[in-house]
Design a protein around this ligand. Structure first.
Ligand code: ATP
Ligand code: MG
Length: 437
């Protein structure tokens, strides 16, 4: 190396603020949660959908509503460089799923229960439980009008908390009624807030006549007393809306699922009507909502489809995982079954045939890998095997190889005797390991 040439310093590139790398060992907790969710969805007969991360901006403007936090200030929007089309990184995925259902006439032979998992993007101030790229699990029941499906969705989320061992999650429930009821309430809301004009912040003043319901969703502490005193939508509900709410709570009561009716609960998007709900914990500070959803019977029309009743929820995966960590009940990564110790690079081809057979039999195996210098000493390979957390070391040493054998040494359990197997028997051993697990 020519020492006279100063090394050129290349600036380190970092991830975008508020967007996280999910790395081992943490990624194993993500995978475990995803596996649980897939299993859950199968049992409730929800099918998987995968829609694009980029959608036309108009989908969210029309679907979520122009005067919403997301559309006014949180979307990552850009013009396609080639054709100028207005595009947005999805801030949520209900609108995308509805768009796909309309586009592919997915409901032609009846209602559908669908779910997704994936990243969403919102330009918010990053803090614990609030990121710019975050992940949601979403469930959407499309084409169902009865409250029993609202209840089924709530039962499904509740079952997930139980299976995860999440404690202290509270269910809050409300009804946003129907558009005619909202209209009456809206007039009362405007009158109320106009009478308290002096405590409204700039955003609230601007939204008052555009979308007064949004004021109820404000996080401004100074406005909380006047929000608290605002007319309640609940008092404007007609018989049909009340019956719908009753049909939901009847099922929850029968199933022993506790809830609180929170007449102040409104959601951040305009598409909701009738049932809305949130699962909230006090353990994550102000980012305590881990799941939120409701009915959205008018969204299909809003984005150009036929009127179709629907209901859904979305879970914030980061928040659920943080809550699990807080409680110390996280799913751990499953232990590695075996670490292969191979004394000489010349044995690699034969040893690797054996490892393939083991993996085919379901055994997880990490192989010691050498390099141009050949394999490390047996001693240092044993150290690595130990550090890997594997239950067994598989020893492919000179004695074993001379006889076409492999030695199995239990690393975590001194009561298991060492044994030597002919190579073709290794797969059978691997299988028995799975059935004992
Ligand atoms: P919040 O009131 O906390 O901003 P929201 O009403 O905007 O939530 P939804 O759009 O209903 O949230 O999204 C459903 C769930 O997704 C939330 O309950 C939360 O768990 C999660 N979530 C929403 N925004 C974020 C974010 N920026 N970072 C992490 N999780 C989020
Ligand atoms: Mg938000």
């Amino acid at each position: 190396m020519n020492e006279k040439i100063a090394p050129r310093k290349v600036e380190k590139l970092l991830a975008v603020k508020g967007m996280n790398d999910i790395l081992p060992p943490d990624s194993a907790r993500w995978e475990a949660l995803e596996e649980r969710v897939r299993h859950l969805m199968r049992r409730y007969a929800f099918e998987n959908v995968r829609t694009p991360i980029v959608e036309p901006t108009a989908l969210f403007v029309r679907g979520l509503g122009e005067v919403t936090d997301i559309v006014e200030k949180e979307m990552y929007s850009f013009d396609d460089r080639l054709n100028g089309e207005a595009l947005t990184l999805r801030p949520e995925n209900t609108a995308g799923v509805v768009r796909a259902a309309i586009e592919h006439t997915l409901l032609y032979n009846g209602a559908k229960r669908l779910y997704y998992m994936g990243p969403m993007f919102r330009h918010e101030r990053p803090q614990r439980g609030r990121y710019r790229q975050f992940h949601q699990i979403g469930a959407e029941a499309l084409g169902f009008s009865g409250g029993e499906v609202d209840a089924e969705l709530i039962l499904m989320a509740h079952a997930l908390w139980q299976e995860l061992g999440l404690a202290e999650v509270e269910l809050q429930l409300n009804s946003l009624g129907q558009p005619e009821e909202r209209k009456l309430h809206r007039a009362a809301l405007i009158a109320h807030f106009e009478a308290h004009h002096e405590v409204l912040d700039e955003e609230a003043k601007r939204r008052l006549h555009l979308n007064p319901l949004r004021l109820l969703d404000s996080k401004n502490p100074a406005m909380q007393p006047v929000i608290e005193a605002a007319p309640r939508l609940m008092d404007f509900l007609g018989e049909a809306s009340k019956r719908h709410l009753q049909s939901v709570t009847d099922v929850l009561d029968a199933n022993g699922v506790a809830y609180t009716i929170n007449p102040r609960l409104v959601r951040g998007m305009d598409y909701y009507n009738l049932t809305v709900f949130e699962f909230v914990t006090t353990k994550l500070g102000s980012q305590g909502t881990i799941c939120a959803g409701g009915r959205y019977d008018y969204l299909f029309e809003q984005v150009g489809g036929k009127p179709t009743p629907a209901v859904g929820w979305a879970i914030g995966m980061e928040r659920v995982l943080e809550l699990l960590k807080e409680q110390g009940t996280s799913d751990a990564a499953p232990a590695l079954d075996a670490y292969a110790i191979i004394s000489d690079a010349a044995f690699l081809p034969v040893a690797m045939v054996c490892l393939q057979a083991l993996r085919k039999a379901g055994t997880s195996v990490m192989m010691h890998a050498g390099g141009p210098e050949g394999m490390a000493s047996m001693k240092s390979q044993f150290k690595r095997a130990d550090a890997s957390g594997a239950r067994y070391a598989l020893v492919f040493g000179p004695d074993e190889m001379a006889l076409g054998q492999v030695t199995l040494k239990a690393l975590r359990d001194a009561s298991i005797a060492q044994q030597t197997l002919a190579l073709p028997q290794a797969a059978q051993w691997g299988k028995s390991l799975q059935s004992n697990a």
